[in-house]
Structure formats: C-alpha cells, structure tokens
Design a protein around this ligand. Structure first.
Ligand code: FES
Length: 222
C-alpha cells in the first residue's frame, strides 16, 4: 500500500484543496478498513463505511459543520453555486434532506425555497425521508439485471426483513432499487451508503448483512 496521503475526491468537502485530513472532513466515526491494497480500483476509491450517528434534529452547519460549510463556499464563485454540496452536507448531518433543511439551505445561500426544493427533489441521491443506518441500493439496471439483480434485491429484503423502501424496525436497513451505478462490468453492483459491493450474488447477501450488523455493533461499542 502506498504511504501517499489519500486525496479525498470531493463531495461535501475536499481535503486536497483545503489541506484537511479525511478524518477532519468525514469524521472518524466510521469502522472498517479501506481496501487500498490489492483491491479492485473501484473499491480503493470509495470511502470506508460511514457510520455517523445521524440526528435529524441537530442544527445545521454549526460548530465543525459551520467550518465545513464555510470551506465549501470558498470553492464556488457565488454562494448560490454551492447548493449541491450544501445539500450533501445537510444530509450527512441529519441523514436526509427534510423540507426544513431545504429551507435552511435556501436561507443561507440566499436562494428561493422553491428553487432549492426543485433541485433537491430532482436528484435521487438526496434522501427526502429518513433512511436506515445502512442504505442498501441494489442496481437493477440492464447489466446487473441480466446477471440476477432481482434475486439479489429479494435476498436483501429477506435478510434485512424489510419491504422495499421501508426501514427495518431496528433502524438499521433501508433497501431500495437503484439505476445504473456505473459498475456495469461487475454485476450485480450494490451501493451501501458510500461503499460499493460488486459481483454480488444472492449467496453473498447474508454475509454482507451480518458484516454490516457487526460494524454497527462495533461502532456503538456493543
Ligand atoms: S447496470 Fe448495474 S451498475 Fe450499470
């Protein structure tokens, strides 16, 4: 494995530009090792599993998040242009982008609330309602579908004991279908929070679910 510092590819904060460590940008409350050595390049570029404790009631952009927010603004010619990463940061803090979050972002960026809602509801990566700690997105688009994505999706629903789009009683899992995740060469692709799982078969699903549960337990110290 290279000792070179990992460059965060961006999203709601950019370590390269701001000379911040990944932990400073993403927090250090994740578990699991990043597979940088010997892994497929697509997995080496993904974030470690993010297990931040989302709190839908915390104020937006205060404390360390205020610093993050201000740094995001410095990357854009106008504050209005920072809408997408600002919404991303709001989701990172609260776990989803509620109408109240959208209004707060609109206020801070001096945008019309209707404009912000139009943008936030256009993109599927913004969760418009609370989701489980692990958001499991199974690609069922053509390449994955030809290789058994429907069975993978059914297995995730079965092993997480959820219905499509609903969150498990323990708040751990929400399973949804996703359109192409741009990993068509490795079907079935499943994105779980920020992490990609590739070449997933129904037989892999119990192991993945158990691994996620173990990581949750590890993160909460239980
Ligand atoms: S079709 Fe599944 S990743 Fe493209």
């Amino acid at each position: 494995m290279s000792d070179a510092p990992f460059k965060n590819p961006g999203w709601a904060g950019n370590t390269g530009e701001f000379d911040l460590s990944e932990a400073e940008v993403r927090g250090d409350d994740f578990v699991g090792d990043r597979e940088r050595a010997g892994a497929h390049p697509s997995t080496s570029a993904t974030y470690p599993y993010m297990l931040a404790e989302k709190n839908p009631d915390v104020p937006l952009f205060e404390g360390e998040y205020h610093e993050r927010f201000e740094k995001i603004l410095t990357q854009y010619p106008t504050k209005q242009a920072a809408l997408l990463p600002a919404l991303g940061l709001a989701q990172e803090i609260r776990g989803y982008v509620s109408p109240e979050s959208m209004d707060r972002v609109a206020e801070l960026l001096e945008l019309a609330p209707a404009y912000v809602r139009g943008v936030a509801t256009f993109y599927t990566m913004y969760n418009k309602r609370p989701v489980g700690r692990h958001l499991v997105q199974v690609c069922t688009n053509i390449s994955c579908n030809l290789c058994g994505a429907d069975e993978v999706l059914a297995a995730f629903l079965r092993y997480t004991d959820t219905e499509m789009g609903e969150t498990s009683d323990d708040g751990e899992f929400t399973v949804i279908e996703a359109e192409c995740l741009a990993a068509c060469g490795f079907p079935t692709c499943v994105q779980i929070n920020s992490r990609y799982f590739e070449n997933v078969t129904p037989a892999d699903v119990p192991k993945i679910v158990e691994r996620l549960k173990a990581e949750s337990g590890e993160a909460s110290g239980s």
